[in-house]
Design a binder for this molecule. Structure first.
Ligand SMILES: Nc1ncnc2c1ncn2[C@@H]1O[C@H](COP(=O)(O)OP(=O)(O)O)[C@@H](O)[C@H]1O
Ligand SMILES: [Mg+2]
Length: 252
């Protein structure tokens, strides 16, 4: 059965457990097509578990609808083929393979002409890695590895890219550069993305809607206006998270 086209991704009552109690408790939210959403929250809030469950990488209860179809029972590989790409935290590239080989892996199922076209598009967005094509990926800097991880995700021409903490471990200047490129990719490719971030500041540059997670629950939602102003962000942080000091990292 199809929903209205209003929603690209609709998550309803998503619950993830690793043994004992759930770490994601009945999370629900919706994303419109060609938008960027963000899951924000402190370390341990359940952001990555939510993202991985959407990608089909963690068993979960509840439903995930993508482009109107219920994909809850699809495997991770089937969700990937449906157009959902997950870029894990920590820049998981294959260190021993070259930059070029890593990109090939991302689009392995395309014919070589399509793959070459995608590769040119990716390298246009990330010129930093274009002249490192034959270097082992493990020799790239942290920022370049993040660009490669995102670029590899883009090789498959996804409809939705799930980005787990793209700013993690990067110097502020590089975070700005990675986000600048993501904004350009979004503009030129009409790509939808769901970001996970601990930093409101980084995510607010790109996302038009954000959900604040705490202890496995969505405890607040921010619209573009709240995300766009420092006061709005701070009010939301104070209102949703209570003690400001406790989640100081969120306000950076
Ligand atoms: N594979 C796992 N096995 C057991 N517990 C896990 C696993 N992954 C995450 N957790 C726990 O689930 C909770 C949420 O983790 P996570 O989703 O990684 O949060 P976040 O991405 O917001 O930091 C944490 O308490 C974490 O320790
Ligand atoms: Mg995480």
């Amino acid at each position: 059965m199809r929903d209205s086209v209003a929603s690209l991704l609709h998550v309803e009552g998503l619950t993830v457990r690793y043994g004992a109690g759930p770490v994601v408790h009945g999370v629900s939210f919706s994303m419109a097509p060609e938008t960027v959403g963000a899951l924000l929250g402190a370390n341990g809030a359940g952001k990555s578990s939510t993202l991985r469950a959407i990608a089909g990488l963690e068993p979960a209860q509840g439903s995930v609808r993508f482009q109107g179809e219920d994909i809850s029972s699809l495997s991770a590989a089937e969700r990937f083929r449906a157009g959902i790409v997950y870029v894990p935290e920590g820049r998981a590239i294959v260190a021993d393979l070259s930059v070029s080989e890593n990109l090939t892996l991302g689009g392995y199922f395309f014919d070589s002409a399509t793959r070459d076209r995608r590769r040119r598009m990716v390298l246009d967005f990330f010129p930093e890695i274009a002249n490192r094509l034959h270097s082992p990926a493990g020799l790239l800097s942290g920022g370049e590895q993040q660009m490669l991880a995102i670029g590899r995700g883009l090789m498959s021409a996804p409809k939705l890219i799930l980005l787990d903490e793209p700013s993690l471990g990067l110097a502020p200047l590089l975070v700005a550069r990675v986000y600048e490129r993501l904004a350009l990719i979004r503009k030129e490719q009409g790509l939808a993305a769901l970001l996970v971030e601990q930093s409101f500041h980084a995510a607010a540059k790109l996302a038009s809607r954000a959900w604040v997670m705490r202890h496995g629950h969505v405890v607040g939602e921010l619209d573009a206006q709240a995300l766009g102003s420092r006061e709005g962000r701070q009010r939301a942080i104070d209102a949703y998270l209570g003690a400001r000091q406790e989640d100081a990292a969120l306000a950076v």
